[in-house]
Design a protein around this ligand. Structure first.
Ligand code: GLV
Ligand code: MN
Ligand code: MN
Length: 420
């Protein structure tokens, strides 16, 4: 069969009902009362999600492997057993009050694409892998996109092992337990070669829905920067200590957030600035707070704007210290990036060939694909989500749109897996 026709045959074998029923089965793990999921990285729920993937892989006779940071690999072998695989995937962990589709769609949809290829009777030269990357969200252990960053050599695993979550559990312990929950899997080395990587994801923003389109051919990812700011002052009696002699860590931290808001002011509404965690210690009404901690999430697509704002983040915090000690620790430093032009064309071309209205668009959210882009030609496929809502329990997508993305993905995977 001609290459493109074979890719479209695989796409046609994508089963919308099967994909939806797997998405819903996955969404039961860590389900919240408001219809979302809470599946923190390396938690019991994450382990159950992994075991479900391993079970489905076993049913279809796929090979399963892992690595030292518990990235999970599901392989449909190729004719050339040792050729570098074509890879898809995303993550199974969620935000603490996350939705059913952020991440899990890229894994479950990738798995559907793999099953469709098998059911269409198509063999490929290269193996095709679906990966569930560990800890993309970074809600429990920072930074996020950790599994793909360690795989890509952007972070070293040794430097992450001592990280602790809010309960004091270390990444090392959570990892050991997670690896033990899928025993007997062979381990792959970090950084082993990929021929290409294509990740499917819900858009997490409103553009596709508002323009009535089904597929986004993702052109790149905006710059993403995280900082953890720790402010240390002095505990004192709330009733007796004059204001001028206090070192109030909370009030200093609040002043820093206001100053940062001014630094980030942007009439075009392109700068993204979020303080998603804010802690105050010891947290007693009658004690002046001695310690405050907050996170900064700053994003922008334009290197010139990033070069203006990013170096000023720490000085702006220091200038509002009000006698406290301040530490500003960067935890994510991802420059804006462009995906592979040929892969952008390919996603767009197959979406069109399948009759799915498509547009090129950048990603506002970060993804594991950003790290893998350093290693091999990389691209992404977006599908719409209701009202553009994500990182929210109400996150929603339609079975038809999810299937359209999986069809586009299946076609790309077959095409790529038959290339030299
Ligand atoms: C991914 O979840 C992000 O925060 O962009
Ligand atoms: Mn995601
Ligand atoms: Mn997310």
């Amino acid at each position: 069969m001609e290459a493109k026709a074979e890719a479209l045959t695989a796409a046609a074998a994508v089963d919308e009902a099967r994909l939806w029923s797997r998405q819903m089965a996955m969404a039961e793990i860590g389900a919240t009362a408001k219809g979302g999921v809470n599946r923190a990285a390396l938690s019991d729920e994450d382990r159950r999600a992994r075991r479900l993937m391993v079970e489905w892989a076993g049913d279809l006779g796929f090979e399963v492997a892992t690595d030292a940071i518990a990235n999970l690999y599901i392989r449909r072998p190729g004719r050339q057993a040792d050729a570098a695989p074509v890879v898809t995937g995303s993550h199974l962990d969620s935000q603490p009050r996350g939705g059913k589709f952020d991440g899990s769609y890229g894994v479950v949809g990738g798995f559907e694409a793999l099953e469709a290829i098998v059911r269409a009777g198509i063999e490929t030269e290269r193996p095709i892998d679906v990966i569930a990357w560990t800890n993309e969200e970074g809600g429990r252990f920072q930074p996020g996109a950790m599994g793909s960053a360690v795989f890509a050599g952007v972070l070293r695993l040794e430097d992450q092992l001592g990280l602790a979550d809010l309960q004091g559990v270390t990444l090392e312990d959570a990892l050991t337990e997670t690896l033990a929950s899928t025993p007997g899997l062979p381990h792959r080395p970090f950084g082993h070669p990929f021929a290409a990587y294509v990740e499917a994801h819900i858009e997490q923003g409103p553009r596709l829905e508002s323009e009535g389109l089904t597929i986004g051919a993702v052109t790149g990812i905006q710059g993403l920067y995280w900082f953890t700011v720790e402010v240390s002052g002095e505990e004192a009696h709330a009733g007796t200590t004059p204001l001028k002699s206090r070192k109030d860590a909370l009030k200093a931290a609040v002043a820093m957030v206001h100053a940062l808001e001014e630094l980030m002011a942007d009439e075009s509404d392109t700068v993204r600035f979020t303080v998603g965690r804010f802690e105050c210690h010891p947290g007693s009404p009658a004690t002046v707070p001695s310690r405050a901690l907050f996170t900064i999430d700053f994003r922008h697509p334009d290197p010139a704007v990033i070069a203006r704002i990013r170096p000023n983040i720490e000085p702006v915090c220091q200038a509002s210290a009000r006698g406290c000690a301040v530490s500003v620790r960067p935890t994510i430093d991802n420059a804006p990036l462009q995906f592979d032009p040929a892969l952008i064309d390919m996603v767009e071309g197959y979406a069109e060939a399948l009759g799915h209205p498509v547009m090129r668009m950048p990603s506002g959210a970060g993804h594991d694909a950003g790290h893998i882009n350093h290693l091999c030609p990389t691209g992404m496929i977006f599908v719409p989500c209701e009202r553009g809502l994500s990182h929210n329990e109400a996150e929603n997508a339609t079975p038809a749109d999810l299937a359209a993305g999986a069809r586009t993905l299946a076609a790309c995977l077959v095409d790529l897996a038959n290339q030299e």
